[in-house]
Design a protein around this ligand. Structure first.
Ligand code: FMN
Length: 331
């Protein structure tokens, strides 16, 4: 896929933020922690979101919830994603966030999570079934926030039918930007993201819309932008074990030769991620947290399923490092 010229690609502007290139790393619970985000930044990622954090957890000063908000000074601009079903909780949580020692450049409201433990409380994707409540939440968060507010939504609960109507209601309530994952909540991750619905939403609201779903290569995202489907692109699974996405994107935009990573570079990045994870979390939690990332770095390599099994069974960080090193020699 080759795109020679980019006539229709502009910085993503919302609130006082201007994001170039107009791409973002998606929030992914259990994956997009401070370590992951720092690595994406080093490869050129222009905008990150925290994984979703519970409004109730923030209000209750839950240690685990608050620890998800830690980030480095170079992890900027950063949006914090909050989920909750109660407008008053959301208001309070955002006020607390505003007074923390670390700052955020935007607040993002989760209206897409399909996980039962979230939707059964009426939060996440369930808000798309209760648009009046979703509107109240946006209004409450806008009242509490001193930074731009965005909403990350899917196209509906079990049908795309009301997608434009919902998006308009959220925009009227004060959302400064919408990110739309082009699947319904009921779809989970089945089927494909429907970019025609994303495009329809983008042309029906007067705030920027970031499109999301199934973008694996920078060129795919750039094509959506070139076609005018949306103002920005969010990438999730395509960057797991692949921070090289950002280097690739920036090289394409600069018209430079794309420097794709070979297996040696990918394994070096995996070891770097592991080392930094262990430094951040300590050896026990670090081992557990990093194992799930490593499987993505080795995807598609010769003997990947065997090394995945070894990673899964490893009982110490040293074992893991050694396994990756030995695997590297075979590549
Ligand atoms: C493991 C995992 C965790 C996720 N956690 C969140 C989350 O915390 N908040 C959210 O809004 N979306 C979450 N998502 C959804 C992604 O942000 C994104 O919308 C989805 O993966 C589709 O984009 P992709 O095809 O580029 O992966 C998660 C997805 C995955 C795979």
């Amino acid at each position: 896929m080759t795109i020679q010229k980019f006539n229709n690609i502009h910085p993503l502007r919302f609130g006082d933020l201007s994001i170039w290139p107009p791409f973002a790393a998606a929030p992914m619970a259990g994956y997009t922690d401070a370590v992951f985000r720092d690595i994406q930044r080093e490869f050129g990622c222009p905008l990150c979101f925290t994984e979703m954090v519970s409004a109730k957890g923030i209000i209750q000063h839950n240690h685990n919830t608050l620890s998800l908000l830690r980030h480095s000074e170079t992890d900027k601009p950063l949006a914090v994603q909050v989920f909750g079903e109660d407008p008053e909780d959301m208001f309070q949580a955002v006020q607390i966030i505003g007074n923390l020692e670390f700052s955020f450049e935007a607040i993002d409201i989760n209206m897409g999570c399909p996980a039962r433990k979230v939707t059964c409380q009426g939060a996440g994707g369930a808000l798309l079934k209760d648009v009046s409540r979703a509107v109240e939440i946006v209004e409450a968060v806008k009242d509490a926030a001193s930074v731009p507010v965005s909403v990350k939504m899917r196209t509906g609960w079990d049908s795309h039918e009301r997608a434009c109507d919902i998006a308009n209601r959220l925009a009227e309530a004060g959302a400064d930007m919408l990110t739309v994952h082009g699947r319904t909540v009921s779809q989970g991750f089945s089927g494909t993201s429907d970019w025609s619905v994303i495009s329809n939403i983008a042309s029906s609201v007067d705030i920027p819309v970031v499109g999301n779903g199934d973008v694996k290569l920078p060129e795919q995202g750039l094509l959506h932008l070139e076609k005018g489907s949306c103002s920005g692109i969010m990438v999730g699974r395509g960057i797991l074990g692949n921070p090289f996405f950002w280097r690739h994107l920036n090289q394409v935009l600069q018209g430079a030769i794309v420097n794709l990573p070979d297996n040696r570079e990918r394994l070096e990045a995996a070891r770097n991620h592991l080392g930094r994870g262990v430094e951040f979390y300590g050896p026990d939690k670090g081992l557990v947290c990093m194992k799930k990332h490593l499987g993505f770095y080795v995807k598609g390599m010769k003997g990947a399923s065997k090394i995945r099994e070894i990673i899964h069974r490893a009982s110490s960080v040293d074992d893991l490092m050694m396994a990756l090193e030995e695997f590297g020699v075979l590549q």
